[in-house]
Design a protein around this ligand. Structure first.
Ligand code: ADP
Ligand code: MG
Length: 370
């Protein structure tokens, strides 16, 4: 059951200084009813522009927007059955919470009893029913955020659009609101399109995540799927914190398989990774081998049956950061002090800076990119 369709949508801005800017390039996405879809990508990649085109605040240069199977491309924002929540909550300071939440219904001339009913219902849902008589200045950042959400909910839109709604909150509150948004979305059950530059927010909130770069869709899928199966180096490097390491290798054929040969290691590739190479387009002499920090382990704390000979590498330890549940290591190859990579090893590891360490890579979890 598809709720919103973004069909071949392109947006070109023209400015005197910079000429043409392709903010969004041929975007195609079907958004399911009730889905929480997150757009994520670096600043300037076209997230806000994409959302504004769904909202009707920006007109696509090409393509169309469908909501409830209706082509709404030429429609006003008010005719689209959407509600938008912005990063600055834009609450009216002189109005109480109740007046703020009533406002969108009041200007649409809803009868008083229906306004009261909807506001009470939304306030209960958001657990702000005891704040209705306060002014915004008497609320915490998180409470203001909930009022802003409430003002969107009372309109009972079919789609919620949110542009970095948590970015004005401090780090701790942001994490807390993330959990709350998750719960609120489950209770409200409405289609939500959410924009953020923060991959952690995307991972925790999204049923599916759209990774954008330079106006182009890189990959769309459930967060864990993107994490495990990034289609290219951009997605691999953007999703996951700390980011994936990329090590330069050449690929050589062996008896019935492949090996990756780097400056300071040689890995026999398991079939699951090697099979990617059967349809490889690029050069095999200059390949990026991606390995996440948590997929590199300290050999000295592994049992012998927990690694294979051809998965090991030596490195020099530069920095050791104990994180409680693991130790985060900044490493360099033994022969090259310029290239850095990182590992998250067991807290039992006894490494110290300026020493050398033997590591084992989980070869099933490595990725190859051209
Ligand atoms: P994001 O929200 O991902 O940071 P935006 O959608 O705001 O990115 O912007 C995408 C690109 O389009 C950027 O290069 C930005 O400078 C450009 N852009 C956005 N809005 C306008 C505009 N009104 N006029 C000209 N260029 C714009
Ligand atoms: Mg933006």
């Amino acid at each position: 059951d598809i709720n919103v369709q973004i069909e071949g949508v392109t947006k070109v801005f023209r400015s005197d200084e910079e000429g043409e800017i392709v903010a969004v390039n041929d975007l195609n996405i079907d958004i399911r009813r009730g889905e929480f879809l997150v757009f994520v990508g670096p600043s300037g990649c076209g997230k806000t522009t994409s959302l504004r085109m769904v909202a009707g605040l920006e007109t696509p240069t090409e393509g169309r927007i469908m909501i409830e199977d209706e082509d709404v491309t030429g429609y006003d924002p008010r005719e689209r059955g959407i509600a938008m929540v912005f990063q600055n909550y834009a609450l009216y300071p002189h109005m109480t919470v109740k007046e703020n939440m009533s406002f969108p219904l009041r200007i649409r001339n809803y009868p008083d009893d229906e306004i009261d009913e909807r506001v009470d219902e939304a306030a209960e849902l958001l657990e702000i029913d005891d704040l209705l008589d306060r002014k915004p200045s008497q609320l915490s950042g998180g409470q203001q955020q909930r009022v802003a959400l409430g003002r969107a909910i009372v309109r009972e839109p079919s789609v919620f659009l949110m542009d970095e709604p948590l970015s004005n909150l401090d780090a701790k509150l942001r994490v807390q609101m993330r959990t709350e948004l998750n719960e609120i979305h489950k209770r409200v059950g409405k289609t939500t399109i959410y924009v953020t530059h923060d991959q952690a927010e995307a991972m925790t909130l999204g049923d599916r995540v759209v990774v954008l770069n330079e106006g182009e869709l890189q990959q769309i899928g459930p967060p864990q799927y993107l994490y495990d199966n990034p289609v290219n180096r951009f997605v691999a490097g953007f999703i996951g914190e700390p980011p994936m390491n990329f090590l330069q290798v050449t690929i050589e054929e062996t008896d019935g398989g492949y090996k990756a040969v780097g400056d300071f290691f040689e890995f026999e590739l398991p079939d699951s990774v090697g099979s990617d190479l059967d349809e490889w387009d690029g050069s095999l002499d200059n390949v990026s081998l991606g390995v996440r920090p948590e997929d590199l382990s300290d050999l000295s704390v592994l049992d012998e049956d927990e690694y294979t000979e051809n998965s090991t590498l030596e490195a020099t330890v530069k920095v050791v950061e104990p994180m409680g549940s693991d130790k985060f290591l900044t490493l360099t190859p033994p022969t090259d002090s310029e290239t850095e990579f990182s590992a998250r090893v067991s807290p039992e590891s006894t490494v110290s800076p300026d020493s050398s360490i033997s590591l084992s890579a989980n070869l099933e979890k490595i990725h190859l990119f051209d």
